[in-house]
Design a protein around this ligand. Structure first.
Ligand SMILES: O=C(CO)[C@@H](O)[C@H](O)[C@H](O)[C@H](O)COP(=O)(O)O
Length: 221
């Protein structure tokens, strides 16, 4: 596989990107999934932490955000929590900050670019909530600003990024970092990681039915 020149630990920029064959792409994914394999404990911990926040006394909330492909991944995560992952269980409060079109356009129009997620974090987040940020580079200023604002508000920040070290991972309370120079590969590993978090969340929730709020719809559809 040909990897274009880049600094160690950085995601390849579109300017330097060469063509990856299908076989290269699959090989890159397989190698990166290996690095995910070493972070399974962290993903399990995240699932249990999110269960503690969403099922706790104050019935906290999860916020999620990312740019581009990672925006879709953030929305995927919140859908798994509001809807369901595998098991039937009550819905939980999870908001994807990239899905709020009117807020996004108003903030982008009226405030500095770094406020795009940070302002929404301040609006929707409460102390004790959790914010999940996805960034393949770990360097997007709006994600780093959101992490900083969340920490100021007493919100726990979990970051999924590309190679460490990076500014987002440095600001977050905990980070899962995928060691691949390819944006697409990092995104693909993030999706697997999100599903592992959801599995750990479901396991934690279902292990203690007493603390799970009653669902009004008591049946799976
Ligand atoms: O999905 C892709 C490329 O696969 C792009 O849209 C990508 O998400 C965008 O370039 C993002 O702006 C990258 O931001 P980040 O992941 O570095 O925070």
């Amino acid at each position: 596989m040909t990897v274009p020149p880049h600094s160690a630990g950085e995601v390849v920029s579109p300017d330097t990107c060469t063509h990856l064959t299908g076989a290269d792409h699959v090989a890159s994914l397989a190698a990166a999934l290996g690095s995910l394999n070493g972070q399974l404990d962290a993903l399990d911990r995240w699932g249990r932490l999110i269960a503690d926040v969403l099922c706790g006394e104050s019935r906290g909330r999860l916020l999620a955000a990312g740019n581009g492909g990672s925006a879709a991944q953030a929305q995927h995560l919140t859908a798994e929590l509001v809807g369901r992952y595998r098991a039937d269980r009550p819905p939980f409060s999870a908001i994807c900050l990239t899905a709020e079109t009117s807020s996004l356009t108003a903030i982008a129009n009226d405030y500095p670019a770094d406020e795009l997620f940070a302002r929404q974090v301040e609006a929707h987040g409460r102390a004790g909530d959790v914010l999940v940020l996805l960034s393949t580079s770990g360097r997007s200023p709006n994600a780093v600003a959101a992490a900083r604002r969340a920490r100021e508000c007493g919100i726990t920040v979990l970051a999924m990024t590309g190679p460490a070290p990076n500014p987002l991972a440095a600001v977050a309370d905990d980070a899962v970092c995928i060691d691949s120079p390819w944006t697409a590969t990092v995104q693909e590993c993030h999706l697997v990681a999100l599903h592992l978090v959801c599995a750990a969340f479901d396991a934690a929730v279902l292990a203690e039915p007493a603390r799970v709020p009653e669902t009004r719809l008591g049946v799976a559809r």
